[in-house]
Ligand binder design. Structure first.
Ligand SMILES: [Zn+2]
Length: 255
């Protein structure tokens, strides 16, 4: 995988110490999930995508290392289907805060959160606001918001002439393509079926948070995974990394 060498979980402590001392002052923490992803993708989908995108971003930044993903996340809206785990919001916040505390003790100064699960995205904004008060000497950045993600999906959907909503955001053409690109052994394309296919608006996402995923799609899919390809996965991957990279550059220039 691109950037795998930058993952803390595969490094020894002397290697990590050397990196931090030589200027790697940033750690990317992806906030994933353990939740259902339709009939054709595994529960580790958001974890796999989070690590993949974090590694791509770290490679671009050149001064960042990648934390193990935080799983599970906030997945109450997926609990109706078997296997999903969900943390209480206070537990989730405490876990993220303890990651930050631990990394601070080793000398990291900047934290980039990358929510690879839609249900974590709004909470990530609130966590960053709180952490800026708690840890005043550190920098906190949010690589991906729901609005920024929806913009990427809509753009590529249009460029690739896919029907509107094919990339609905959950176990869809977007997530399935990324999985075909990052971890094809986990994708069962023979099981892929479209779920709800319509514009991936914020309103739709909010309806799902309120009534649960089966209120929109009984197989737990928002979008059409049958449109997914590995090539499209590469395109999504590169587009997401570029959007996040440009955003981080812009934010760090202002400081
Ligand atoms: Zn997902």
């Amino acid at each position: 995988m691109i950037g795998e060498r930058l993952q803390l979980r595969y490094m020894s402590w002397p290697d990590i110490r050397e990196k931090i001392d030589s200027g790697f002052d940033t750690v990317i923490i992806s906030l994933g999930a353990m939740e259902q992803h339709g009939l054709h993708l595994p529960e580790c989908t958001d974890e796999t995508i989070g690590i993949g995108l974090s590694c791509g971003l770290a490679e671009r930044l050149g001064n960042a290392l990648v934390s193990p993903t935080i799983i599970p996340g906030l997945s109450e809206h997926h609990m109706v289907l078997a296997g999903s785990l969900s943390l209480r919001p206070d537990t989730f916040k405490a876990v993220v805060e303890d990651y930050v505390q631990s990394y601070l003790r080793h000398g990291f100064k900047k934290f980039i959160f990358l929510a690879s699960h839609g249900g974590n995205m709004d909470t990530t904004i609130k966590l960053i606001d709180d952490f800026k008060i708690i840890f005043q000497d550190s920098v906190f950045l949010n690589a991906l918001t729901l609005d920024r993600l929806i913009a990427i999906l809509s753009r590529i959907e249009k460029e690739s002439s896919m029907p509107i909503g094919s990339c609905g955001g959950h176990a869809c053409a977007f997530e399935t393509s990324l999985m075909l690109y990052l971890a094809p052994a986990y994708v069962r394309m023979d099981k892929a079926k479209p779920g709800y296919v319509g514009p991936p608006t914020r309103e739709l996402v909010e309806t799902m948070f309120k009534y649960g995923v089966t209120g929109i799609s009984e197989i737990g899919v928002l979008g059409d995974p049958t449109m997914a390809t590995e090539e499209l996965g590469k395109k999504f991957f590169e587009a997401a990394v570029e959007v996040m990279y440009q955003y981080i550059l812009e934010q760090t220039k202002e400081e």
